[in-house]
Design a protein around this ligand. Structure first.
Ligand code: BGC
Length: 540
């Protein structure tokens, strides 16, 4: 059956950094409303907002204290309703981020749960251990143990996979599952078009009373809290219940560690029954050149291009509609991470987004934005540990911080650059995030420049929505070297996307003559395409 999201091109907005309308340094919903015409002109038709619920902002909104209200820094419910209405007027759909694995410790459920062992909310969370002894040695993704002492001093602990202020919900409890459905209904009843489901792969945990093998304590124990079989059972119930009530709802799940097999289980109507999944396993990295004398966590690395190609082709050939992205709020920006120059940043865009699947464009990607430099990551344990190790291994503090700024996810959350005013038109006051973008670019400057990133992305997005690129089959052509060449075909139409990341020119035989998009330099005659280094072309 045809669905509105068959042709979705999604634009991810990090609301805190997009547009501040009330000059408090934090982006807000009225700011997004103001920029809808810009987004319309860009050509995207679906918006995904990172969390905007009431939150103490320990994890920038992923720690939700009230799912039924908008964080006052970002606006009010009236602002939200206005945004939704305006977006729909522009024929755009809106996706809410949906955080169902954990809440904030300030959420009333948790506050009640730590008042008494008899609280009816006690079983909404995962309490375990006794006499001050943790049940196991598992580590949290944010460092340290997953267990934090019960503030009630019962000798028990509560489980948190992320920050200690983000206790995990107990999905074994059917009341939790029902409560989450009710929250989803509240937003879908308002007219929201879909949900980006945060960290759903973690809702099921193994038997808590067992250690994970390892010499360090605590130890990251992913097999015990990621992609467990019960995830399928609970998400199946969640997705089917919502789809029965809201047949048009679009469910986009974040499955960070999913390979193609798991992704297909999450997409299978008999599995998690989601419409799309975002994996973090796309970008295979070359770790061979890293300095072994200190942690690799923030050491910049190249893409392992060959492995990446193989990986992409497997996703393209195995998953019906892969999610296509280069950036998001949890990753460094591609223009800093892998692209060596502006040409390459554009080439990665052609590489990724013209493939088969649903594109997600991260705000600012369309301007070629790079990471910001954050002067201090005060109190961030993992950064402190990294800098200490790196300086002990002989690096200067500046060198270590430079690595952090290339690799840390916070550095990808800089303010959108709208114009040339002091804070880039994002705000009149200093933005909430203390970072400097050294690029001299803005949406305003790029508006009329035919060679700008912005106009390149406009063209790319409109091409993406043509029948051939929306529906066509995909076939990779094996051109040796650091190249990426593929064909899309549909009935009697076909096109090739040819990209040369190598140091020397490449030659490809082709019968195509119609040039749809170009980066860099090429020659095309007598059935031969010559592509210079750092150049790419789309031919039909
Ligand atoms: C989000 C992260 C967040 C985490 C915990 C994710 O996967 O994308 O930004 O820190 O979930 O909610």
């Amino acid at each position: 059956m045809k669905k509105w999201y068959d042709n979705a091109v999604i634009y991810q907005i990090y609301p805190k950094s997009f547009q501040d309308s009330n000059q408090d340094g934090v982006g807000d919903l009225q700011g997004i409303i103001k920029r809808l015409p810009y987004l319309k002109k860009l050509g995207v038709n679906t918006l995904w907002l990172n969390p905007i619920y009431v939150s103490p902002q320990v994890d920038n909104g992923y720690d939700v204290a009230n799912y039924y209200a908008i964080d006052p820094q970002m606006g009010s419910m009236a602002d939200f309703e206005a945004l939704l209405k305006e977006a729909h007027k522009f024929d755009m759909h809106l996706l809410m981020d949906f955080v169902l694995n954990h809440t904030s410790d300030q959420h009333p459920w948790f506050q009640d749960a730590i008042k008494s062992k008899d609280s009816i909310y006690r079983d909404y969370y995962i309490f375990a251990g006794e006499n001050g002894k943790r049940p196991n040695n598992w580590a949290s993704f944010f460092g340290g143990s997953v267990w934090e002492k019960d503030p009630l001093n019962t000798g028990e602990y509560y489980f948190h996979l992320f920050d200690k202020h983000m206790p995990d919900l107990n999905w074994k409890n059917p009341e939790v599952r029902h409560a989450m459905l009710d929250i989803a209904r509240f937003w879908l009843d308002k007219g929201v078009d879909g949900l980006r489901i945060d960290a759903f792969i973690h809702v099921a945990k193994a038997d808590l009373y067992q250690n994970f093998p390892g010499n360090i304590d605590p130890v990251v124990a992913e097999p015990f809290y990621a992609n467990r079989p019960q995830v399928l059972e609970w998400m199946n119930e969640f997705s089917h219940t919502l789809k029965a009530e809201y047949p048009d709802v679009y469910l986009l799940g974040e499955a960070s560690s999913a390979d193609v097999t798991l992704a297909n289980d999450y997409l299978d109507p008999n599995g998690a029954a989601l419409d799309s999944v975002i994996t973090f396993r796309y970008f295979t990295e070359d770790l061979s050149k890293l300095n072994p004398n200190f942690s690799d966590q923030y050491q910049p690395r190249d893409l392992d291009f060959e492995a990446f190609k193989q990986n992409q082709v497997v996703w393209q050939q195995t998953v019906d509609k892969p999610n296509l992205y280069l950036n998001n709020h949890d990753l460094p920006r591609i223009a800093t991470r892998f692209a060596k120059n502006d040409n390459q940043a554009k080439m990665y865009a052609l590489l990724m987004h013209l493939q088969k699947g649903t594109s997600v464009i991260y705000y600012g990607e369309e301007l070629g934005l790079r990471n910001i430099n954050i002067p201090e990551y005060e109190g961030d344990e993992s950064v402190d540990r990294f800098v200490k190790e790196a300086t002990e291994a002989g690096l200067t503090k500046d060198e270590a911080m430079d690595m952090v700024n290339q690799m840390h996810r916070l550095a990808s959350r800089g303010p959108m650059l709208w114009d040339d005013s002091p804070y880039g038109g994002f705000s009149n006051v200093e933005p909430w995030i203390k970072g400097i973008n050294e690029q001299n670019v803005s949406a305003q400057d790029q508006e009329d420049d035919p060679n700008s990133f912005l106009n390149f992305y406009r063209k790319l997005i409109s091409l993406k929505q043509t029948e051939l690129f929306a529906k066509g089959a995909y076939r990779m052509l094996n051109i040796p070297g650091k190249t990426y060449v593929y064909e899309r075909h549909l009935d009697d139409q076909s096109a090739i996307v040819a990209l040369n990341f190598d140091h020397h020119s490449i030659e490809i035989d082709t019968d195509k003559t119609d040039v749809l998009m170009v980066v860099g330099d090429y020659e095309l005659h007598d059935g031969k395409l010559l592509l210079e280094p750092d150049s790419g072309i789309v031919l039909k």
